[in-house]
Design a protein around this ligand. Structure first.
Ligand SMILES: NC(=O)C1=CN([C@@H]2O[C@H](COP(=O)(O)OP(=O)(O)OC[C@H]3O[C@@H](n4cnc5c(N)ncnc54)[C@H](OP(=O)(O)O)[C@@H]3O)[C@@H](O)[C@H]2O)C=CC1
Ligand SMILES: O=C(O)C1=N[C@H](C(=O)O)C[C@H](O)C1
Length: 267
């Protein structure tokens, strides 16, 4: 049995993570952490997630019984994630991190923490996207150099980082396969440019609307044909179940930085 503490437990992913933890046979909720300002603070978790088994109340992590937790999971925002990471390091607890939109400095702090504790960081915990990350590399290596590469993503209206972490992971995987430096080939904006698309460029486009859970397409287009590789998530449970799977895997790993490809055995 793996005992999981969830940060941001009132959030969209927090709620899905509690449900996935409770549903999986090998895991149980050991902490449902929210900020004291949350309307969920100190109320029972069970009725909120539709469980009769969970007897815990939403609480703040500062008062958590750390001996009762095996792994922490964080899907919040970068600033919150870094505070939670400090707590994980202080208590030597493994951590699964799905928070996106990290700056280079924030990611460097995560890398530093992974010298002390085991961390799985993945910008997408679905099996499908992790397979897609491999497929786009095959496409990038196989198709001719005369190919236009673009990444499109669509998400719900509440998402604040753009392009999505997954879109960037897709672009980075393609750049790696091509032997390019991602920062040098990424093109985020064409609004002020009046020029044709150049070679060796990965263009990003973003849509925000309604309740879209998450859609990503990599385009490989030449004169005469176009390959599109698409993934559509229709439920946040796909990410949450992946994160719980990662937590179970992480429990027995030494300190280090891992990703979902390690968890799935894709490396
Ligand atoms: N890797 C993956 O597979 C996936 C990653 N994500 C990522 O997960 C993150 C959360 O997404 P989502 O659940 O939709 O977002 P929500 O806005 O629904 O939830 C965010 C949660 O983070 C908490 N939070 C925000 N700032 C802080 C802070 N400074 N300190 C402590 N807690 C904080 C919020 O608490 P409060 O309500 O008190 O503000 C809330 O509980 C995003 O970065 C998203 O991109 C999402 C889906 C899949
Ligand atoms: O914010 C979201 O919702 C999602 N964020 C992740 C990302 O930025 O890639 C993963 C997923 O697409 C949902």
């Amino acid at each position: 049995m793996i005992r999981i503490g969830v940060f941001g437990a009132n959030g969209r992913m927090g709620q899905a993570l509690l449900q996935a933890t409770e549903k999986a046979t090998q895991s149980q909720i050991a902490g449902a952490f929210v900020r004291p300002s949350s309307t969920f603070y100190q109320i029972s978790v069970g009725p909120i997630i539709g469980s009769t088994a969970c007897q815990l109340a939403f609480s703040d992590y500062q008062h958590a019984e750390t001996d009762a937790i095996d792994v922490l999971i964080d899907f919040t925002l970068p600033q919150g994630m870094l505070t939670h990471l400090e707590f994980a390091v202080a208590h030597k607890l493994p951590m699964v991190i799905g928070t996106t939109g990290l700056s280079a400095d924030e990611f460097a702090k995560l890398q530093q923490a992974a010298k002390t504790i085991p961390i799985v960081f993945s910008r997408n915990f679905s099996v499908g996207i992790n397979l897609l990350l491999n497929l786009v590399q095959t496409a990038a290596k196989t198709l001719s150099d005369d190919i236009d590469i673009e990444v499109f993503e669509a998400h719900h209206r509440h998402k604040i980082d753009a392009p999505s972490g997954t879109a960037l992971a897709i672009g980075e995987a393609i750049a790696k396969a091509k032997g390019w430096q991602h920062d040098e080939v990424a093109r985020y904006d064409r609004h002020h440019d009046h020029e044709e698309k150049s070679q060796n460029e990965i263009g990003y486009s973003v849509l925000r609307a309604g309740d879209i859970v998450g859609e990503h397409t990599a385009y490989f287009a030449s004169m005469g044909e176009r390959l599109e590789i698409t993934h559509k998530a229709s439920s946040r449970m796909t990410f949450a179940q992946g994160a719980v799977r990662a937590a179970a895997w992480l429990k027995n790993q030494p300190a280090g930085l891992y990703d979902m490809q390690d968890v799935l055995g894709f490396k």
